[in-house]
Structure formats: structure tokens, C-alpha cells
Design a protein around this ligand. Structure first.
Ligand SMILES: [Zn+2]
Length: 237
């Protein structure tokens, strides 16, 4: 089923590939819209079957996606460990220093350890206002080729939810956001517990690797292949 899904995506995105070109020439008029094309009765079973599968994919590929915030967090493209941290962050349940102090847990300092701003480590600072995370955010958004406001986790998801983007684009941006939240939390923990300083360029690299891997492991992989993957964001605009 997955490989048929990939072929459906290739049919709508890459008419230059030999096998895809052949299908377009044999089964469809050169410029026919694949999404509205209906195979005739004398077509083969496999071709009819592929056209059935496309009906289930059309909404995912074409429509403005309407997601609630919790649905964005449960995107199939997110790595489970990224999803967990993102979920805790959106629910304001991550054990930041502000929260620790609030529930009476003693800590050496309540300040953020990732920057020199001498600000209390709360969700808004750690994921939105901190100079360290701002550097990562700027680089990643540049790589994606999109502009998104720099806000705390739940508000970023609200922003994604309201955008008139297709599902594919929303899912990819959520994967990027989830990876950013995960690696920021990891950098904060490495500094506190191992006294390791994590460089922002290292985190940006890790985010890019994760996003490419997640896309490769899904049916989007064949669409965004080779050099295109390096510019995934530009392709999604
Ligand atoms: Zn900071």
C-alpha cells in the first residue's frame, strides 16, 4: 500500500520520470488532472486500484488542513520522543525552573543556563525569548524558507493551525518545531547535568537531519528526493 501511495505522489509531482511519463501517456491525456481523472472500465485492475487509493490521499495532499492543536502534536511524522516533549511543553507541564520553584523544589539558580540574559527559566523564555533559541529558530526558519513568529510552544502550534497550508506542509513544520523543542530541552539538560555547552549550529544540523529522515521514512520521501531535500522548506511554499 505504501509503495502505491508513493507512486500516486510521483504521478502528481514528477512527470519527467520514465515510468511516470509512460503512465501519463498510456492511461491519461498529457495534461489531465490526476485528481479528477477516472479510469475507464477496460483499464487494468492495478491502475483502477491506484486511482482508488488516490481518493484517500487527495485531501491530505490538496486541502487546506484543518487541525486542532492536539492533532498537530499527534502527527505521524513526529518522532515519539519529540512528540512527548512537545506535548508536555504545550500543556505547560515541562519541569522548568519556574515550575520547580513554584512547587517548592530547590534549585541553585532559577536563571536560564543557555544564555547570559539573567532571565528566569520559564517556558516563554526558554523556547521564545532566549538568545540561544532565537539563533536556532532564525537559522531553521531560513532553511525552511518560511516566516513564523517566535513564541512559546503552544502559540507556535496555534500559528501553524491557522495558516492556510496543506497538510503536508503543516506536518513538516510541526516536525521541525517538535525537533527544536526537543533539542532545546536536551541542550538545557546537558548544560545543567553534564556542564556541556551545546552549540546552536550543532542543534540546527540535528534538526535538519531529523526532518530529512522523517520525510524519507514517509511517503513524502520520493517526492522530495536528492538535492531537493536540502531545500525542503522552499519546495513546501
Ligand atoms: Zn536563556
Amino acid at each position: 500500500m505504501a509503495s502505491v501511495g508513493k507512486l500516486v505522489l510521483m504521478l502528481v509531482t514528477n512527470k519527467e520520470m520514465l515510468c511516470v511519463k509512460w503512465i501519463h501517456e498510456v492511461y491519461m491525456k498529457e495534461d489531465a488532472d490526476f485528481w479528477v481523472y477516472t479510469p475507464s472500465n477496460d483499464c487494468s485492475w492495478s491502475w483502477k486500484n491506484m486511482n482508488k487509493i488516490k481518493l484517500g490521499m487527495e485531501q491530505w495532499y490538496n486541502d487546506d488542513a484543518v487541525f486542532e492543536v492536539h492533532e498537530l502534536v499527534w502527527s505521524r511524522l513526529l518522532l515519539p520522543k519529540h512528540r512527548s516533549i512537545l506535548w508536555l511543553a504545550t500543556q505547560r507541564k515541562l519541569l522548568t525552573k519556574e515550575r520547580m520553584v513554584g512547587i517548592g523544589i530547590t534549585c541553585d539558580t532559577a536563571e536560564c543556563v543557555l544564555c547570559d540574559q539573567e532571565e528566569m527559566e520559564d517556558l516563554n523564555h526558554l523556547f521564545a525569548e532566549c538568545d540561544w533559541v532565537r539563533d536556532v529558530w532564525r537559522e531553521v526558519m531560513q532553511w525552511l524558507g518560511i516566516q513564523a513568529p517566535h513564541l512559546e510552544p503552544r502559540l507556535v502550534l496555534e500559528f501553524i493551525k491557522k495558516k492556510h497550508w496543506c497538510k503536508m506542509k503543516k506536518e513538516v513544520v510541526v516536525v521541525v518545531h517538535g525537533a527544536l523543542i526537543y533539542f532545546t530541552w536536551q541542550a538545557r539538560n546537558w548544560k545543567i547535568f553534564k556542564d556541556n555547552i551545546v552549540d546552536t549550529s550543532f542543534v540546527v544540523q540535528q534538526i535538519e537531519v531529523v526532518v530529512k529522515e522523517r520525510i524519507d521514512s514517509s511517503s513524502l520521501g520520493l517526492v522530495y528526493s536528492g538535492s531537493t531535500r536540502r531545500r525542503i522548506g522552499m519546495e513546501l511554499i
